[in-house]
Design a binder for this molecule. Structure first.
Ligand SMILES: [Fe+2]
Length: 291
């Protein structure tokens, strides 16, 4: 765990080993106002048991530093982990924000999973749009749509730092997949190009890292991501990138936690209602492959 200071903003990353996810606490130091980005709920798929151990680390950081939580920011509706946003809001307050494109994601998964869910984003406190400003003490985040991985993907810029969600991964690993509903390699290429248009010293904070022979990395820079293996291989050509991306996506399996994740994440972290026996259940769509 480390903190990096820049223009009175401190950033503390937290790594969730099971899903390779980075969560962040971002603090405006003069005022102690803070935001949590992409908090993770611990979830065991086999037993269906969830717990708050990882979320508790974020909460303890906020409490032990006597910070005031203003925002819980989701960079998108994640398909690889469940969000702890609702639990953190209950414990610390703050407003849960996500990109306005969440409505399309809700509509798709409400249909796929036959959920009784209004696809209007009302489960979240704030839906963010291009250029929105979210105050954080004496500073503020600016919302930048960065679609491609999903339609609701939003990056958040503050004081020379951008939390980029699933766009770039570590430069040696490439970029996010684009084969989810609403995903588009063409759109992701535009988002990657947009992110590399910032000054080369800007920090681009990753949503994930999946290291094999090195420690997990949270912070990259614009200069480093201009050399990203997928971005560079495309030679700045959108159709070359789309070809590379789509070929790679055709080899990827469905994420292990996609259905549990989406059922919780499109509800802003709220769990399904109890059924008649007092227990909650998560659905998996069943389909039979013909021999
Ligand atoms: Fe994702």
């Amino acid at each position: 765990m480390s903190a990096i200071n820049s223009d009175n903003i401190s950033i503390t990353p937290f790594y969730h080993q099971d899903t390779g996810t980075w969560s962040y606490v971002v603090t405006d130091q003069p005022t102690g106002c803070c935001a949590i980005i992409d908090p993770v709920l611990d979830f065991d798929l086999t037993s269906g048991k969830a717990s708050f151990d990882s979320a508790q680390q974020l909460i303890e950081h906020v409490q032990s530093n006597q910070l005031k939580l203003e925002w819980i920011l989701e960079t998108h509706a994640h398909a690889d982990h469940l969000t702890a946003a609702q639990y953190i809001k209950q414990e610390l307050g703050g407003k849960i924000a996500i990109g306005a494109g969440i409505k399309d994601v809700q509509q798709h998964f409400a249909n796929t999973l036959n959920l009784d869910l209004p696809a209007d984003g009302s489960q979240f406190d704030i839906l963010t749009h291009k250029g929105d400003s979210l105050a954080l003490g004496e500073s503020h985040f600016i919302a930048h749509p960065t679609p491609g991985h999903t339609d609701d993907s939003m990056s958040y810029e503050i004081a020379g730092n951008i939390f980029i969600g699933d766009t770039f991964f570590h430069p040696d690993l490439g970029t996010a997949r684009c084969d989810f509903p609403g995903g588009s390699a063409d759109k992701l290429f535009q988002s990657l190009t947009f992110l590399t248009s910032f000054p080369e010293t800007f920090n681009l904070w990753l949503c994930h890292d999946y290291p094999k022979d090195r420690d997990a990395v949270a912070r990259t820079t614009v200069a480093e991501q201009r050399e990203n293996i997928h971005f560079k291989k495309s030679g700045g050509n959108p159709s070359a990138y789309a070809k590379l991306r789509n070929e790679r996506d055709s080899t990827l399996s469905v994420p292990r936690l996609i259905y549990p994740s989406l059922q919780v994440n499109i509800r802003a972290g709220q769990f399904p209602e109890d059924e008649s026996n007092g227990r909650k259940y998560l659905k998996i769509p069943f389909s039979l492959q013909k021999p």
